[in-house]
Write a protein that binds this ligand. Structure first.
Ligand code: NAD
Length: 264
């Protein structure tokens, strides 16, 4: 039986360490035979990402800071030179000033609003445009979002607004690239203990609340997210594009916690 990703080549952006959601996705893809390229933000993270990439047999490990367009262009030039084409691309990148991931959204500064939007939302569009140029035979892309895009999550603030823009981008990009056979989807993950996840004030309360009240009564793992990303990036989801797929133990369907779960 052939592996799901055998013969497919793709880019994974956003591994910081082995707790990163991007790493969970990379492992799921590599286990199914995918050939991977990685990018890392800055040399300090590069030291962590290179050995991880080696674990999944990847030798294409490139620096890329999405705030710097020249660095994004250099990444795609290197990919084109090495591979000539891409089958899939994964975007797991977000940033906001920690000082604004607490208190009121109303107090967001213009400077941090723009920076958060550029890194956490528009970088996906910039990645998608460059990746699509390397997908003449079609392909698939996935980005990572959070339920704070649609509903108010304490302290998530400007990041929720950026995720709303990111989710809308997924739909517009799916429409733009659909005629080329390129599918664009997002995974809306429940809280995961990562570097970025820990940046949100009261993260521990959020984890415990999800664990207590989500239908599955647990938080999700990076392997859970990896499995769903594998589906969205493989031919199993050939008819799916423009979707926001929840991988959150079912938390998003709940309007009010069950009184029994409150006692737990
Ligand atoms: P993480 O800290 O492991 O990954 C975040 C990544 O973003 C890091 O690799 C970091 O280097 C990268 N990044 C930030 N600014 C960048 C820049 N200017 N250029 C290039 N890369 C940059 O945390 P994570 O939780 O795995 O985050 C991955 C994605 O998943 C993010 O989009 C995040 O919002 C999303 N997400 C996380 C959770 C959670 O609870 N952890 C839940 C839902 C969605």
């Amino acid at each position: 039986h052939p592996l799901l990703m055998q013969g497919k080549r793709g880019l994974v952006m956003g591994v910081a360490n082995d707790h990163s959601i991007a790493w969970g996705i990379a492992k799921a893809l590599a286990d199914q035979g995918a050939e991977l390229a990685f990018t890392y933000q800055g040399e300090a993270l590069g030291k962590r990402v290179k050995p991880l990439a080696a674990k999944v047999g990847s030798t294409l490990v490139l620096p890329c800071d999405v705030e710097d367009l020249a660095s994004l262009d250099a990444t795609f030039a290197a990919l084109e030179k090495a591979w000539g084409r891409l089958d899939f691309a994964v975007h797991c990148i977000a940033y906001s000033d920690k000082a604004e991931l607490k208190g009121r959204y109303a107090d967001t500064t213009r400077e941090n609003f723009l920076r958060t939007m550029t890194i956490s939302a528009f970088s996906f569009t910039e990645m998608a445009k460059r990746a699509a140029a390397l997908m003449p035979q079609g392909g698939a892309m996935v980005t990572l979002t959070f339920g704070g895009a649609n509903r108010v999550m304490p302290n998530y603030n400007v990041m929720g607004v950026a995720k709303a823009a990111l989710e809308a981008s997924v739909r517009y990009l799916a429409a733009d690239f659909g005629p080329q056979g390129i599918r664009v989807n997002a995974i809306s993950a429940g809280p995961v203990r990562t570097l970025a996840g820990a940046g949100i004030t009261d993260a521990r309360f959020m984890f415990n609340f999800q664990k207590a009240h989500a239908p599955l009564r647990r938080t999700v793992t990076i392997a859970d997210v990896g499995g769903s990303a594998l589906y969205l990036l493989s031919d199993l989801s050939a008819g799916v594009t423009g979707e926001i797929h929840y991988v959150d133990s079912g938390y998003n369907i709940i309007l009010m916690p069950h009184p029994e779960s409150q006692k737990a």
